[in-house]
Design a protein around this ligand. Structure first.
Ligand code: MG
Length: 200
């Protein structure tokens, strides 16, 4: 049995789709997935806001108070097949959800409720960190994550990058990193990665 770390947003929870809908209805900004070239949606729209609106927020992170209503996280859809994939991993390994807290007051309880909604009483461990680079300090055997900052920070774990539009430029430049196109395949490749058989 190994310890498998799994990120939430952008890996099993489709945060971007719901956030894009919210951004469109609140700010009238119509983003597509391909506009998400970096893993920082608030940072992407911050410069697009009219000056009078932007000046209300000192940092892009403060926008999450507006983009995310109190029950926002509970309403996020899982990526197709992601919940089933986590459950399959759980059959043979210890799963730890390693997730960054957004600058938004309802984020921790929202994430806890989301896990309860989709995994019920399945035993689980959650590590919530405040900045992406801190993921590097957590020792798991493998971490599945979509954020280049997380993958680059790993000191004690093998990283597997889940391919998304916002990590494309990193993927094109990075060498020697494991990548997968869909988290659904994660349960099938864990043993190969741990035994060194999985090809980059
Ligand atoms: Mg993520």
């Amino acid at each position: 049995m190994s310890v498998i770390g799994i990120d939430m947003d952008g890996v099993i929870a489709d945060f971007p789709s719901l956030a894009m809908k919210s951004i469109k209805s609140i700010f009238g900004i119509d983003l597509t997935m391909e506009d998400l070239t970096v893993p920082n949606m608030a940072g992407i729209i911050y410069p697009m806001l009219p000056d009078g609106v932007r000046s209300l927020y000192k940092t892009p992170g403060e926008l999450y108070d507006i983009i995310c209503h109190p029950r926002f996280f509970e309403e996020i859809e899982p990526y197709e097949g992601a919940i089933e994939a986590v459950k399959r991993i759980q059959e043979n390994h210890d799963v730890v959800f390693i997730t960054k807290r957004l600058e938004w007051q309802y984020c921790p309880i929202g994430k806890a409720n989301w896990l309860q909604k989709h995994f019920g009483d399945m035993p689980r461990k959650v590590i919530m960190i405040d900045n992406m680079e801190s993921k590097g300090l957590v020792a798991v055997d493998i971490l599945f994550d979509d954020d280049p900052r997380a993958i680059s920070s790993l000191e004690y774990s093998v990283g597997v990058l889940v391919n998304r539009p916002w990590n494309r430029s990193f993927r094109e430049e990075a060498t020697g990193i494991y990548t997968i196109d869909d988290f659904k395949v994660a349960p099938d490749i864990i043993d190969d990665i741990l035994s060194g058989l999985y090809i980059y």
